[in-house]
Design a protein. Structure first.
Length: 480
């Protein structure tokens, strides 16, 4: 292989003619309905477990404000991503957008932040799955986590079309559980239960509404994010979508609207029936709320426990899909080891599924679901800031880029999302300095790999690099 210089900071390797032929995903596997289902399935586990830790951090009032702020951030960000994914439909998602806007460094920093999020989030979900399985069968721990990783990575190895259809079914079952939960709890709702957490008199601004004071709002932000975290993964399916320009915006916006409704229902009803105090550290909060209303051995609580397990499985299953596509895109372009992007006869990258799965399983054995949420949010918020910055830069740098969908409010909308993402990033250090530092260590290791090795061995023929090359050529023509 020969290497050629580019922009004095990275180098490209010439690769064999069949390089991309060995790295092909299945085309046309998803329409907008499947994409919307994929967006919901990425996130729906956040309704079943994890969000409630925010009640401990900020009480119901703090968690409500944090969730509202994050709902604004995600809604505005989704508009920006709908525009970007319809304009630049590749499997790299946020990495591809940042690569186009900010060059190889921006692309890598964004892609690895997303990868950090998607590698850690399934580990947290595996811990929550263990809690639900324990409620049903009395089983928990590494054996349960390993079983779920093996089964669902195995299903993904069979192909994207099959996996996406299975996700649609699993997500539908989880939605049924949420509907039953809501119908069952509405008659038992008591507004006073939202504010039963003891007030911390030492906290500035503490009240019944904000028992941990103003800082409680900030501390609850990572758990408000958990209601929406990973919806930004929908663009990762762009290369497997029938018509990305049409289907991507419709799919991702529909998913966000559904998730906003689910977040409001769960945040109000679960603590409004069982009490915020009882919910703040419960491993299966929806089941716990139904048990308070109907009794521990009631049919409705058992039903939501069993069917609700599908909600956790849906996100676990779909985020595995997301991390495999992010690894695939980064590897295909040379940012990560190239063997990770080689696809099999079913057009699936097996190593991009298996290796992050092993790393995620190892993390899950710690059993620290709340800490892993904070670590996932650390990576997520870095990527959000960089993706929104990419939208703003591309609006300025490439005003004539074809945009089948345009963000309402333009760069003002994405600028607000950028600001909120920086606030959310800072909140991870408030919640758990240990978790934020560990996430930072993993991120630095990935960046070090790029600095020392991979930036000298990028692949010019990859779709993301070719997009950038075309953009550079067009800019040079305009200059001339």
């Amino acid at each position: 292989m020969s290497a050629k210089k580019h922009a004095a900071t990275v180098e490209y390797d010439e690769v064999s003619a069949d390089y991309l032929d060995k790295r092909q995903l299945r085309k046309g596997a998803a329409g907008w309905v499947l994409l919307a289902s994929l967006g919901v399935s990425y996130v729906i586990s956040g309704d079943f477990a994890g969000w409630n830790f925010g009640l401990e951090q900020g009480g119901w009032g703090g968690m409500m404000i944090a969730t509202l702020l994050m709902a604004i951030m995600y809604s505005f960000m989704i508009f920006g991503l709908a525009e970007l994914s319809s304009s630049l439909p590749t499997a790299g998602g946020g990495y591809s957008f940042a690569r186009r806007a900010m060059g190889p460094w921006g692309g890598f920093l964004t892609g690895t932040a997303i990868l950090l999020e998607y590698s850690i989030a399934p580990a947290a979900i595996a811990v929550f799955i263990g809690s639900y399985v324990n409620e049903i069968f009395g089983l928990d721990g590494p054996a349960v986590y390993a079983a779920f990783y093996i089964v669902f990575v195995g299903i993904h190895l069979r192909g994207a079309g099959e996996a996406l259809k299975i996700m649609l079914v699993i997500t539908g079952i989880a939605v049924v559980a949420l509907i039953v939960f809501a119908i069952g709890l509405i008659p038992h709702f008591d507004f006073r239960n939202l504010f039963d957490i003891a007030v911390n008199d030492q906290a500035a601004g503490a009240s019944t509404f904000l028992p941990e004071g103003y800082v409680g709002i900030w501390s609850a932000i990572p758990f408000g994010i958990w209601f929406f975290l990973a919806i930004e993964g929908v663009p990762l399916a762009a290369e497997e979508t029938e018509n990305p320009a049409r289907d991507m915006p419709r799919g991702i916006i529909t998913a966000m609207l559904i998730l906003l409704v689910f977040a409001a229902v769960v945040l109000v009803l679960a603590p409004g029936v069982a009490g915020a105090e009882a919910m703040k550290d419960h491993g299966a909060p929806l089941v716990g709320a139904l048990q308070v209303a109907y009794g521990e051995n009631s049919f409705i609580a058992d039903f939501v426990n069993i069917v609700g397990l599908f909600g956790l499985i849906a996100s676990f299953f779909s985020i595995i899909f997301a991390y495999s596509r992010q690894v695939f895109a980064l590897s295909r372009a040379g940012y990560l080891p190239r063997f990770l992007s080689v696809t099999n006869a079913r057009k699936v990258p097996p190593m991009a599924l298996i290796i992050p799965g092993i790393l995620g399983f190892v993390l899950s054995t710690t059993g620290q679901g709340d800490l892993m949420i904070t670590m996932a949010v650390f990576g997520a918020t870095i990527s959000y800031a960089l993706m929104m910055l990419s939208h703003i830069i591309l609006r300025i740098k490439e005003p004539d880029l074809e945009r089948p969908f345009r963000t309402p409010g333009g760069t003002i909308t994405t600028g607000i999302a950028l600001l909120l993402s920086l606030i959310a990033f800072a909140s991870t250090f408030v919640v758990s300095l240990e978790a934020a530092l560990w996430a930072g260590v993993f991120y630095v290791i990935l960046v070090a790999y790029f600095v020392i090795y991979s930036r000298h061995h990028l692949v010019a023929k990859s779709p993301d690099e070719e997009f950038a090359a075309i953009s550079r050529a067009e800019s040079e023509l305009d200059t001339d």
